[in-house]
Design a protein around this ligand. Sequence first.
Ligand SMILES: [Fe+2]
Length: 221
Amino acid sequence: MLTKNETDTGLMSSFVMKTYFPTVIFQIEVANADALNTKLLEAIYAERDRDQKGIARSNYEELGGWHSQPDLHKKKEYTELVNHIRVATERMSSELSYSANHAMKIGTMWSIINPPGSSNRAHVHPGCMWSGVYYIQAPKGAGDIEFIEPRTAHLMNQPKYRPNAKRPKECWTKVRFTPKPDRMLLFPSWLYHGVDPNMSKEAGRAGHRIIISFNLNQQKI
Ligand SMILES: [Fe+2]
C-alpha cells in the first residue's frame, strides 16, 4: 500500500480525491424547541384520539406505529412548525442555488407515534422532490433512522477495508441518525430510509417515539 509519505516522494505531483454526485442530507436544530414540542405533543395526541386507526403508509399496521392523516400542514396547531420548515427549506434552496422564483411547498405532512417495539420498514417517498422529518419526542433507545446507499451498483462488489480503520464517508453504504427532539432532517425523497424498532424501556407515553414527517415539491411563487 502506498502511504502518504510515499506519495510525497516526488513520484506524483498531485493526488486529489474529488467527490461528485453526492447524496445530501441537511440537519437543522430548531432553536428553543421545548415550547413548540409541548404544543405539538398535545396536538398529535388529540389527533390520535380523533383518529385512532390512522392510515398505513411507510409502516405496516403489524409493525405497531400510528400514522396520522397526511394533512397536518393545513391545521392551525402546526403553523409554527410549518414556519420552521419554510425557513429551513429557504436556506436549503439557497445553498443549492435553486430558483428564487420557486419555493419548497409542503404537499403532505403527517405524524407517526411509534410505541416501544414498533418500527418503520425501508421506503422512499414517491412523487416529491425533498422530504423531511422533525423529531418531537425520542426517549433513549427510540430507534435510529437509517439511510441506505442509493447507488445499488456500489453494493455489488464491495472492497475489503482495513480492520479497525474509520471508513471515509465516501465509502459508507448506510448512515444513521439518532433522533433528538428539536432536530429536523431534510433528505431527497428518493433516498431509501427505515426506522429501527423503538427499544425504549420508558413506560406509557414517555416511551413513545414521536415525529412529524413531510413531503416537498418546488412550486413557482
Ligand atoms: Fe419516510
